[in-house]
Write a protein that binds this ligand. Structure first.
Ligand SMILES: Cc1cc2nc3c(=O)[nH]c(=O)nc-3n(C[C@H](O)[C@H](O)[C@H](O)COP(=O)(O)O)c2cc1C
Length: 194
């Protein structure tokens, strides 16, 4: 199974460490950090409503061009102010080409690509932060016809190096569980630690 891990943190930190673990169980895994790409936020120019394509040809458009080469996608982000990090939101907003283009008969999105959200928050006891992030991610999945499989949530991880060996193991197990090719249980959320 080809799995793409998309890292949204501006630093090489906790969410990336956990993403690396999640990818470890997938020999065909690949990682892209949004911070290393040229990130242009949506301009709301409306052109994608006429063409189903974004006017930007940048790192994000290249990433969207490649999205359906994978059978699984994991978006990993820190929680910032109760939501996804800005890098993740820029990436998500750029899916507007798919939303606007759905009315154009030429646009046919591939089906069956599985998608998982992985989120790390410094605070404990604020499940609403994870629910916020989850709702945004689910809307994005539905816009792109991705098969939302669930979320993996890590509360109480803040400083660099706070990720424990147990967190890493749980990241691996949960990602495997959510992405493996079985019907039935997902989507569901796995909250780790707390
Ligand atoms: C700008 C900013 C906003 C943050 N907002 C929140 C927040 O709303 N809730 C929370 O629990 N943690 C918050 N945090 C803490 C991060 O979620 C936490 O440090 C996380 O482990 C960072 O992940 P990373 O190492 O992958 O970047 C914030 C951190 C920053 C820098």
């Amino acid at each position: 199974m080809r799995v793409l891990g998309i890292g949204a943190s501006p630093r090489k930190g906790n969410s990336e460490a956990l993403l690396d673990e999640a990818l470890r169980g997938h020999p065909l895994g690949e990682k892209i950090n949004l911070r290393e790409l040229e990130l242009n936020p949506c301009l709301s120019c409306g052109r994608c409503g006429e063409t189903a394509e974004c006017v930007f040809k940048d790192g994000i458009s290249t990433l969207y061009d490649r999205l359906y080469d994978f059978q699984g996608i994991i978006l990993s982000s820190p929680i910032y102010f109760g939501s996804l990090a800005a890098q993740a939101k820029v990436f998500i907003d750029r899916a507007q080409f798919a939303w606007a283009g759905r009315h154009l008969s030429t646009r046919q999105l591939p089906q069956g690509v599985k998608a998982v959200l992985m989120v790390v928050a410094g605070m404990r006891n604020r499940p609403d932060f994870f629910r916020n992030a989850e709702e945004i991610f689910k809307i994005w999945c539905s816009c792109l016809d991705l098969d939302y499989r669930g979320g993996i949530y890590f509360p109480g991880i803040d400083g660099l190096g706070d990720v424990t060996a147990n967190d890493r193991q749980r990241a691996r197990e949960a990602a495997w569980l959510l992405l493996r090719n079985e019907g039935g249980s997902p989507p569901f959320s796995v909250e780790i630690g707390g």
